[in-house]
Design a protein around this ligand. Sequence first.
Ligand SMILES: Nc1nc2c(ncn2[C@@H]2O[C@H](COP(=O)(O)OP(=O)(O)OP(=O)(O)O)[C@@H](O)[C@H]2O)c(=O)[nH]1
Ligand SMILES: [Mg+2]
Length: 512
Amino acid sequence: MTELIGRVRQLVEQAERIYDSTPAATELAAIRNRLAEPLRVAVAGRVKAGKSTLLNALVGEQLAPTDAGECTKIVTWYRHGPTYRVTLELRDGSRRQARFHRNAGAIEVDLGGVPAAEIDRMVIEWPTSRLADMTLIDTPGIESISTDVSARTMTFLAPGDERATDADAVVYLMRHLHATDLSFLESFHDAEVAKANPINAIGVLSRADEIGVGRTDAMRSAKRIAERYRLDPKLRALCQTVLPVAGLLAETATTLTEDEFRALETLANQPRNETDELMLSADRFIADHATGKLTPLERRHLLDRFGIFGIRVALPLIRLGRCARARDLADTLIGRSGVDALRSELLERFGARRDILQGRSALLALDAVVGAATGPEARELSREIERVAAGEHAFAEIRLMNDHRRGLIPFPSGDHEMVERLLGVHGRSPAAMAGLAPDAPPDDVRASLVEAVEHWRRRQESPLSTRELSEAARILVRTCEGALERLDGRTQPAMPLRGSKMTYQTGSGALT
Ligand SMILES: Nc1nc2c(ncn2[C@@H]2O[C@H](COP(=O)(O)OP(=O)(O)OP(=O)(O)O)[C@@H](O)[C@H]2O)c(=O)[nH]1
Ligand SMILES: [Mg+2]
């Protein structure tokens, strides 16, 4: 347990003593339990953005139902559990186990006649190691902010002032930037130690393979578009980065069957003119009258699973003998899909800061319980919560990143790159923060960080610096010193995974 989580836990326990045998007790116990859980990452975005497909790609199984069905309208939690189990939690507070079976991999849940609107959430427990570090939450697609289904996602992610959000971090999918995306992201944004902000949101340019109607350079175009989004001032204020991902390609690759590989081989090895004719468009590919060895049904299956881009990429790889086995093809397609890059961003940005994200969620939830109360003990606790929130260096960094991304701090333009780097945009290792390669000699890393400390100290003390700039510089000095301490082993190194001893420490006095 980290120092921060320990401190937050103490506060929760203190609250539990004050609120013993009151209605708030259950909520407080839930806040405490949550501190010991894996990080909760919600997948959100507009209708059909590819959320469920991407979730499946991350889990490596086709669990979440895609396309039609009542279940896509329910907030669904996929969490690690000892056995396979599906629980429905109803709005009236009751719970019931639901029967389910798997149809071509996807879980089909029998809601037992309960309308989706009456279900608060569905919890699917699944014994896969992929969920051990992260609980993934599939949310219904938002259409416009006003519809019922959108409202469900909104209430989940941004429940309003009286309740804290149940997710610690959000992966937000967009096919192209749409006004709804911005208003949605903004609505669960809060500049304080709260909800979505660049630290806990990653943007995904989803269904990236479809850009440019599935031409083989689709992913390259997607990269360029994602780069543009990354620099978009509005989006920058809301998510730390934007990555292009072809979720379908990744989902199919992780669940690729031998039959599917053989069908692709058949396509690759039949006369070129037949295949070329099929590859002209998705419509031609599934046309009933098309010639070739595969039936229209088999072709439709391939198209559903790979998309036209996936097939276009796969055929030459098989033809040229670069992918002789299903396994080779799967690896290549995963590489192209961008999902590995997303996974490492999730571990790097969310996993490594689990304590901070969780501590923040817990403080927020705790504050919502205690803030409304009167009485001297509650008031004292409330002040203590504020002290922790204000004193924790990691939270100060979050606020700084927020303000910086919103253009509120007058950093000289030459400083921007370093500010982002020190705040961990390329990772939290001392080398990444110093802007050096992962295997750079420690002396070089140290020299660069020492130089950064001096740079920010000068800014802090300069009479030319505004109050905001000088305060930002003070935080960055502390950030560099923290990185130096970690470099020299004076604190535990950052470890992204659960069960490991510790993550990021801020050194002394951060909590007072
Ligand atoms: N070509 C391509 N198609 C995709 C991709 N991701 C999803 N799709 C297709 O888009 C459709 C919708 O995908 P879902 O994963 O169900 O999207 P969703 O965002 O969960 O949809 P809702 O929950 O209904 O809002 C399905 O037909 C998917 O096969 C992708 O990366 N590439
Ligand atoms: Mg879905």
